[in-house]
Design a protein around this ligand. Sequence first.
Ligand code: HEC
Ligand code: HEC
Length: 368
Amino acid sequence: MKLKLLATALTGALATAAPVQADFPPLGPLPPAPIPADNPMSPEKTELGKMLFWDSRLGGDASSPCQVCHEPGKGWGDGGEISRGYPGTQHWRNSQTILNSAYYNKIFWEGSVTSLEGQAPSAAEGNVAGNGDPSLMEMRMRFIPEYVARFKKVFGVDWPRMTHAYQAIAAFERTIVSDAKQVPFDRFSNGDKMALSENAQRGMALYNGKAGCVQCHNGPLASDQKFYALGVPENEVFKTEPLYQITHRWEHYQKGVFEKDYRSANLDLGLYYITKNPKDINKFRTPSLRELKYTAPFMHDGIFYTLDEVVDFYNNGGGEGPNKSPLIKPLGLSDAERKDLVAFLESLSMDKPLLMDPPKLPPYAVMK
Ligand code: HEC
Ligand code: HEC
């Protein structure tokens, strides 16, 4: 079936662009999320992780649990262009969905950490996110008898520890994944040929052919986890709002950029922060294209609200900026083709959003 589709793509609308699908891992239903050997799953652990994900006592002033920036009802992101920050600060990037983050081995827009266990501390302790001091957060958990009992049961320890809290949160996140039965494209791939509309099927051929999306958004996750510059426009708030400028400079300082870049702070340098190689300026990790129906706005700075805007951006050959990928060039898609492509992108989302009731959080108690 896949080969036949490719053939359609080739003989169909491909007059203006070379065929591209052949060299890339195809999209397809996601396999089970990988589980690290040192953090096996159990229902008790994911339940504890869910509580901690919602618990504001894992944070500085007990106002910013993970869930406030990763809300189930907002596609497990925060719904804003740039995420809210810890009270008194502004974050500087779009809050990514945690849906399917279990599948990445490069986490964050610049891929700076490699596991969910490694990500959770930077979220709970990072100054513009949770801003929690680990020793204080640990002490708080030790004053919550139900947590003491649960950590004992799950990890066999006498007292809650942050490393275990982060493992439990990571285990919970590994349960926040797309359900193939609910995703039209996955049902189609699994043999239900009625699951995709004709528009979406034409969109799939464009995705794998003329529009070239598969060159970077490939494999079951629709992400190659590599880094590219597309010339995504900078969000205007960085020119008009001091709180955003403060965080931008502070991040530059934290990430150890050279002084001249620190002082200008006019561009999110992306992968450069990790490598300090000028060739990596403005490059970001290819994000998954699953669940886009629920995760707007899009891009590292939330600059686009709709998939139509995103497709127009690519159709126009992307934006301006350093190190732009040669793969990003005008596509010559007609209005009908753009609609078809959007229909296909939408088919990569579940029929309904993954919602969840908040857990009941246990109270503190006086220690005798
Ligand atoms: C104040 C808002 C805020 C809070 C609180 C917060 N996050 Fe985030 N989260 C973000 C933003 C913004 C990003 C993207 C940051 C970046 O790439 O630099 C992000 C990224 C992530 C990612 C990466 C997803 C990907 O695709 O790579 C994961 C996983 C995540 N957060 C989990 C958590 C967990 C777990 C907590 C609680 C311990 C948490 N977050 C708390 C705003 C927040
Ligand atoms: C050269 C590699 C490359 C190609 C080709 C490419 N993309 Fe992307 N895509 C990326 C990167 C990198 C980002 C993140 C850019 C950023 O935030 O600055 C991205 C972001 C996106 C987003 C936003 C997702 C989110 O969660 O914010 C969408 C939607 C998207 N691409 C769709 C497409 C479509 C549709 C095509 C084909 C027309 C396409 N991409 C072609 C690399 C690519």
